[in-house]
Design a protein around this ligand. Structure first.
Ligand SMILES: [Fe+2]
Ligand SMILES: [Fe+2]
Length: 341
């Protein structure tokens, strides 16, 4: 635990994120239309192209009931992992409050603690009342979160959580927001995403400053951690536990999942954020670049991720638009309409 007794050493960028965190709190109980009823056979309104085994002879051979089981379990597996990830984010944000040296960073992280509590509350409610199938944490996610949550160095927690796991969250939740057909799933993920954009911004701001002062050896150690995490994020989130439970030939399902078009879209969304962010915070030495080359994602390093503020301004405009929209639904007692992507 790191105390600070310096109260006047503030960074404007962190104070700005703290201010945004205070202003953009929302109440998951009232903001979301929980009365909306989902399709019990496809609670997310998931298009079949997001079922990892769709378009294969195996999928073509399933009857309607078996397909609906796969749809519900895919939703249950995914949202269970989101829920476990959110709880871990809650604990990591609380840990950063304790371990980060500067007071302004502690302030910011305190707002993130509240954000992650709200996300955990909301995903749990969505999972239990709308999907109804739950899964324990996957081995891959559990192993990654254990390292991130227990390492005593605040920056490893921030790198693991705010850059890598929240990068995973942005990729996954943006697919939910943009590509699912159920309006509740879309609206709900849109709200969560606005908070996540702020969390990733904190990772960039705080780590870029901190990593500018580390030695080469210290930076290479962080890169090694990031490389291992990236391999896990790339290859190990394909529903292994679900395929073992469903008994459709687990190994074949896992193999098909890894090379599915849905997984390619997920990887594109994931690495188009993570790769330029790692370059931006100065974790982009030869071994990092070689690993990205091997993963086939080095090209994303040329993407311009923009200033930290840009992302937040876009998120703010979106937030206001959706708030007005949802207030409208509450006033009219109506269901949210289908949103445009
Ligand atoms: Fe979150
Ligand atoms: Fe977050």
């Amino acid at each position: 635990m790191t105390f600070t007794w310096e109260y006047d050493r503030a960074h404007d960028d962190l104070l700005r994120l703290y201010r945004l965190g205070k202003e953009r709190q929302w109440n998951a109980e009232t903001r979301i239309d929980w009365a909306h009823e989902v399709d019990p056979d496809n609670p997310l309104g998931m298009p079949d192209e997001f079922i990892w085994i769709a378009g294969t002879p195996l999928w073509d051979g399933l009857d309607a009931k078996e397909r609906s089981t796969v749809r519900v379990h895919t939703a249950g597996w995914l949202y269970s992992q989101f829920l476990h990830g959110e709880q871990a984010a809650l604990m990591c944000a609380a840990k950063i409050v304790q371990t980060v040296p500067d007071l302004d960073a502690k302030f910011y992280a305190a707002t993130q603690v509240m954000d992650e509590a709200r996300h955990t509350e909301a995903y749990q409610r969505f999972l239990n009342t709308k999907i109804g199938v739950t899964y324990p944490i996957s081995d891959a996610l559990g192993a990654l979160l254990a390292t991130i949550a227990t390492d005593p160095r605040w920056d490893i927690t921030a790198l693991g959580m705010q850059v890598l796991v929240e990068g995973l969250a942005l990729a996954s939740f943006s697919i939910q927001r943009d590509r699912m057909r159920d309006p509740l799933a879309r609206a709900f993920n849109a709200y969560v995403l606005q908070d996540e954009a702020r969390h990733v911004a904190f990772g960039r701001v705080a780590l870029r400053r901190f990593y500018a002062e580390l030695t080469e050896a210290e930076l290479r150690e962080r890169e090694q951690f990031a490389i291992e995490a990236c391999w896990a994020l790339r290859d190990r989130f394909v529903g292994e536990e679900m395929w073992r439970r469903l008994d459709l030939g687990a190994e074949e399902c896992i193999r098909l999942s890894r090379r599915s078009p849905a997984m390619r879209e997920f990887r594109r969304r994931l690495f188009s954020r993570i790769v330029p962010t790692l370059r931006d915070i100065n974790l982009f030495g030869p071994s990092m670049q070689a690993a990205f080359e091997q993963m086939g994602v080095l090209g994303f390093s040329r993407l311009d991720i923009g200033a930290v503020g840009d992302e937040d301004e876009r998120a703010a405009a979106e937030f206001d638009r959706r708030r007005a929209e949802v207030s409208g639904f509450i006033d009219r007692g109506a269901q949210p309409p289908e949103e445009s992507p």
